[in-house]
Ligand binder design. Structure first.
Ligand code: PLP
Length: 463
């Protein structure tokens, strides 16, 4: 399986024939509710609206390209996850998918916890008022300065990722006169990706401490022996854009086995396990994601069953969805600039953004949908490739899709399901100005991350 396609490429990234694409939808004007956020609809004139506002008005007020985030959908998804897992489990939103101070406030209000993996994310979380005890700090190479800040702030847990870090965090906690709550991230030998997973003994990647060869057991031994650490559990994260629960099944079984070994050796039953994130969303109509309540039931059943078999008390479960919460809640709005029909191949549609606002297509071969949104059209479907304006032929936003053949410069097109890993991975390539994120709710639109300006570029360039 191709490692480069791992964190969210298409299904069977490495076996699809070149140029594969699904047949055009029966009605190009229809908006599949699986891929669009919940308040998206077309108005009487055929223009797409979100939160009751048309894209024409949004484009006029905020410009393009821009990300529009459906706030009520975001909040509803937070509540759905929290309700599905209930009071005996914890949902941590993975901030790396997309984080801003507004998002932190919504999470705080909706009762979610938050994963951060850098000093910058920690600062954003604390600044916007997320209580420190609801924050988990992740990362395979947290700096000493980052650990200091996390411990001083009193974060709820630090997820230990290496033998060095066990000692580092213990030392820093002791210096601060606290016992830091920690989990140990283990690699269980499961790589899950969309509809497949691979279970092996070893994993060839940088995160966590291997279960294999007693490594994780040794990490537990060391963590339990250090005064500065309060070891509350074990953490496992197996992949991304996962639809099939079988990978979680194997991972939970292996983690529970470790808990049983820990009980047998040390006489302690660790109270928590974290099964990570990675739950899939619909990028195209071919994707069928599960609802949070189905996922919650599946995970809880797996853990309960494995614990009964091992005669362990069932630990408290936590999960860390990022994409599954924010991904479906936003779309990117672009203006069509140039259109180039390549005879016998496809038509290239160039938009005013590209790989600087969505790197996932170039990086992971990710699949996206696209629609003409400033109007409807009865024209025939034409096969298009939506590309950006960057100096790079791999600058592709949507590799293969259908748009109406009467598409013209000045039309607005939108790419749905861009809430996760688009703005957060955005770059300044070609000195592009990173687009704003605009939250839309109940007829009101509000910038939550403003558009970068040329002044911003020059301010960093100190000459
Ligand atoms: C990236 C990551 C997540 C979130 O992954 P999604 O695919 O966005 O759900 C959760 N936990 C950890 C440890 C991660 O690295």
């Amino acid at each position: 399986m191709s490692r480069s396609a791992h964190p969210a490429g298409p299904r069977h990234a490495d076996v699809l024939p070149e140029g594969h694409y699904s047949a055009p939808a029966a009605d190009l004007n229809a908006l599949d509710e699986k891929v669009w956020s919940r308040t998206v609809t077309r108005d009487a004139d055929g223009a797409l609206t979100v939160g009751g506002i048309t894209v024409a008005r949004l484009a006029e007020e905020f410009g393009t390209p821009a990300y529009f985030l459906d706030e009520s959908d975001f909040r509803a998804r937070c509540r759905a996850w929290a309700d599905a897992f209930g009071p005996d489990a914890d949902v941590f939103y993975a901030g790396k998918a997309f984080l801003s101070r507004a998002v932190v406030r919504w999470l705080t209000e909706e009762g979610l916890n938050l994963d951060v993996c850098s000093g910058g994310e920690l600062t954003t979380a604390l600044d916007a008022g997320m209580p420190a005890e609801r924050i988990a700090f992740h990362g395979n190479n947290k700096t000493v300065a980052e650990i200091e800040r996390a411990v001083a702030a009193g974060v709820g847990r630090i997820v230990l990722d290496s033998f060095q870090e066990i000692v580092r965090v213990a030392h820093i906690a002791q210096r601060h006169g606290v016992r830091q709550r920690v989990q140990i991230r283990v690699t269980v030998g499961v790589e899950a990706h969309t509809h497949e997973f691979i279970a092996t003994a070893h994993e060839d990647q940088k995160f966590g401490i291997a279960l294999a060869d007693g490594q994780a057991a040794e990490a537990v031994r060391r963590a339990l022996s250090l005064d500065g650490l309060d070891l509350i559990g074990v953490h496992s994260h197996i992949g991304s854009q996962i639809f099939d629960m079988a990978g979680f099944e194997v991972s939970a079984r292996r983690v529970v086995q470790l808990l049983a070994e820990i009980r047998d050796e040390h006489g302690v039953e660790l109270p928590e396990i974290d099964l990570g994130g990675g739950l899939g969303i619909a990028y195209t109509s071919d994707d069928d994601p599960r609802e949070p309540h189905e996922i919650a039931k599946a995970l809880s059943d797996i853990v309960t069953r494995e614990c009964e078999a091992a005669k362990l008390r069932t630990p408290r479960i936590s999960v860390e969805p990022g994409r599954a919460i924010v991904g479906p809640t936003a779309f990117t709005l672009y203006e069509v600039g140039t259109i180039k029909p390549l005879e016998g191949l496809r038509t290239y549609v160039s938009v005013d953004g590209g790989m600087s606002d969505n790197i996932r297509t170039a990086l992971y071969d990710a699949e996206y949908s696209v629609a003409l949104v400033s109007r409807t059209s009865d024209a025939e479907p034409m096969l298009v490739r939506v590309v950006g304006k960057h100096c790079e032929s791999g600058d592709i936003v949507v590799k293969d899709a259908f748009l109406p053949a009467d598409l013209a410069p000045g039309d607005l097109i939108a790419v749905p399901a861009t809430g996760a890993y688009c703005r957060s991975m955005a770059s300044n390539y070609n000195h592009a100005l990173r687009p704003p994120v605009v939250a839309v709710r109940d007829g009101e639109a509000r910038v939550i991350v403003r558009r970068e300006t040329e002044e911003d570029l020059l301010r960093l360039d100190v000459g």
